[in-house]
Structures are given as structure tokens and as C-alpha cells.
Design a protein around this ligand. Sequence first.
Ligand SMILES: [Zn+2]
Length: 243
Amino acid sequence: MEKVESTQVFPSLITKTLKALYSGIIDMVYPPLCLICDNRLEQAEIELCNSCLNNFKLIGKPHEQFSVPGDIFISTAWALFEFDEPFQQLIHHLKYSRRRKPIGVVLDHYKSQILDQFPGGEIDYVVSVPLHPRKLRERGYNQVDDMSRWFAGKLNAELGNYLVKRHKYTSTQTQLNAEERMENVREAFGVNDSSVLQGKHVLLVDDVLTTGATSNALAEILVQNGAAKIDLVTLSTPQFGNA
Ligand SMILES: [Zn+2]
């Protein structure tokens, strides 16, 4: 009996010790640094130091300037944080350097102030603004899926990413004005299952609110397919702050 136990415990102890040793060496060679300020992280800090984390500026209320040319299908839009330099860095990492963890860290850190702004128990589905399958392949993930999952969990809503699709590949929109963007995203989206959307309240999730043309086009499709109300939450918007 004793022998059996020791053969079970011993290898796992060795594995554990080796793992700890390995991560200790990795940390010595490549100490974990804050994504924003490059300072060395304390043991309890993940991806961001507390100082940077505390310096993000939560706006704390819905975005009041949401407007796109034509009809607006979004009832309330939130851009959670000011678009200052450190926050732009964070978004850049999220999008282009496969650093997904920090978003969860930021949302958790500001959890109560974020959730205080949202209606409790009213939202049925949380839906990421989808990427075209080609872009999804290029990037490897939708950078807002973790945020959608976070909101669905916290708001007790269903994650509804499977409900929508993006069937038109839209090239980068940064050089386009609002009218051109709207033209570019028109008919870009489709709905996979309209039967479950009837009368539902949907929260769309995107990383940055620029003109709102993309999310409004998706909202239009959802409304046409029976959804009753569409809200939008983004991490930030250049319509605030220094941009
Ligand atoms: Zn930092």
C-alpha cells in the first residue's frame, strides 16, 4: 500500500519541482514585464502592473455621442475606457500580439464599476461583432470573444456568437470616412438562426467604437430578424480623450 502511494506521489512531486524550477529559470531569463510600462511585475500581477491598471480611466456612463449617417439601430452604446495612450497600447496588444489575458484582468479589476452601468437581468444574448472567417484565420481568434464571454457570464446572459456571421470580407476601414465605412459594411453580416432572436435584447461587443457603422450594420440585421433591442459595449473610442 505504502509502495503504491509513494510511486504515485513521487513522480508528481518531481514534475512539480521541475516545473517550478523551469518557470523560475524562465522568469530569471525573461522576467515578466508589464505590457504598458515594461516594469517588472510583482508575483500577484498578471500582464499589467497595478500602477498601470489603476491608471486606466473608466468613463462610467454610456457614450452620448453615438451617431451614424442614416438610421440608428443601437439603443445604448458604452465605450468603457478613455482612449489614452496606455489604453491604446493595451488594445494594440489584444489585436496584434495575441495577448488576450490582459482584457480579463482589466475587466475584473473594474468589475463593479462596469457592471453598475448595465441593466441587470434584461440582456438575453451577448454577441461579439464577428470577424470574417478569413480574418479569423489570419488573426487566430476574435479579439473580443473573451470580453463577450465575460459579459455573458456577469450579466447572466447567453453567449450568442453562433447567431451571426460575417460573409463579406471588408478590408481595413481606417482610411475611410463614415459614409464609405457604412457602404463598406452594408450587407456584410448575416443571421444564422432568427427564430431565437424574436423579441430579444442583444448586447453587441466590439473593441473600439470608431464611427459605429460596423456595429450599427450588424444591429440593423438583428432588428430585421426580430430582435427587440440592441445595445453595444466597446472597450474604448477615439471620440473621447486625446484623439
Ligand atoms: Zn505598468
